[in-house]
Design a protein around this ligand. Structure first.
Ligand code: TRP
Length: 329
């Protein structure tokens, strides 16, 4: 079975955009591939979270993914920092990674702009750690968004370089998991662009009902259609796009008809949309709280996950050390 590795950022709660853009695909993938899903907590150190936030963030995001339906009995779910073999491979790969190529990476240059006072070596070697995450399990597929394509290209390059340097055919070159048209892009509530944390327009899975109502009621619309079957403006189209994923087809059709007949009242549409979002998110939100409060369960999940991940990782490290030329006396 093909092997999939995906690293999950440990900061930022899940919003509807993440859910329909990525999480639903993880849910499908876990049945079709041998999946390794981990929380990239080492990577988060490149932006220096405080010791208190680090653990809470990891716990929160882990609870959210599990609440969405990532099944630790099927997929291997673990924390990056629980698998020391990854750091060993990272060190070894660093010897064959060149400062020039690392400084030229777009994500690095972006970080330099974002945090000019904290241009640490971890940021520079971020793609090396990411490559180690992936190739340590000899993954061939990595479900990543556009913003990670260059990092994945670096992973392929490091894998290829290792094979060439040591004249082996050891690491496969992983490719991006491409969902193509299946990916549903959820727009924001501000009338343009996609939903995102940094855009400040997101509906989080853990938002309380009153917060969701407030956000939806404030969503941008327009002054209403003036002729029948008028083409929708971007902000209104966006509300329908969200409605299509959370509401029943009858509801969507009902409001489409009202729109086409110029009888729509956006207030009614928003009220319905808010309630349907709440219906969709409430079971997940409740599950997040339940899992977050169940430390025994979380502890068991990460322990079992680490065990499985280390089994795969230590085999690779043993072979890599041998290939490089380490020998026991
Ligand atoms: N860089 C990825 C992101 O920002 C997270 C990540 C770390 C990752 N290691 C990975 C993703 C390995 C896929 C595979 O989203």
């Amino acid at each position: 079975m093909e092997i999939v590795v995906s690293g999950i950022r440990s900061t930022g709660n899940l919003h509807l955009g993440n859910y329909f853009g990525a999480v639903v695909n993880y849910l499908k993938m876990q049945h079709d591939y041998q999946c390794f899903f981990f929380i990239a907590d080492y990577h988060s150190l490149t932006t220096h979270p405080t010791p208190r936030n680090l653990h809470d963030n990891v716990k929160q995001i882990l609870s959210e993914y599990l609440a969405c339906g990532i099944d630790p009995e099927i997929a291997t779910v673990f924390l990056q920092s629980d698998v020391p073999e990854v750091t060993e491979l990272y060190l070894l790969l660093n010897m064959n990674a060149y400062v020039g190529e690392l400084t030229r990476t777009t994500t690095f240059k972006e970080k330099v702009r974002q945090q000019p006072d904290n241009v640490n070596a971890g940021l520079l070697t971020y793609p090396v750690l990411m490559a180690a995450d992936i190739i340590i399990h000899k993954a061939t597929k990595v479900p990543v968004g556009k913003d990670q394509e260059q990092n994945l290209e670096m992973t392929r390059r490091f894998a290829r370089r290792f094979n060439t340097m040591y004249k082996v055919d050891y690491f496969p070159e992983p490719s991006a998991f491409n969902f193509g048209h299946q990916l549903i892009k959820i727009p924001g509530l501000d009338g343009s662009g996609k939903m995102g944390k940094s855009e400040g327009n997101a509906l989080y899975l853990t938002d309380k009902p009153e917060v969701i109502r407030k956000k939806v009621m404030r969503a941008v619309t327009d002054s209403g259609p003036v002729k029948e079957n008028q083409e929708m403006s971007e902000p209104v189209k966006n509300l329908f796009t969200i409605m299509e994923v959370v509401s029943s087809p009858d509801t969507v059709n009902h409001f489409r008809d009202l729109y086409n007949r110029c009888e729509i009242r956006y207030g009614d549409l928003k009220k319905q949309l808010a309630e349907d979002i709440i219906t969709f998110t409430t079971p997940i939100r409740e599950k997040v709280h339940e899992i977050y409060g169940d430390n025994d369960y979380l502890s068991k999940v990460v322990r079992t996950g680490a065990e499985k991940a280390r089994e795969s990782a230590s085999k690779t490290i043993r072979e890599v050390r041998e290939i490089i030329g380490f020998k026991p006396f």
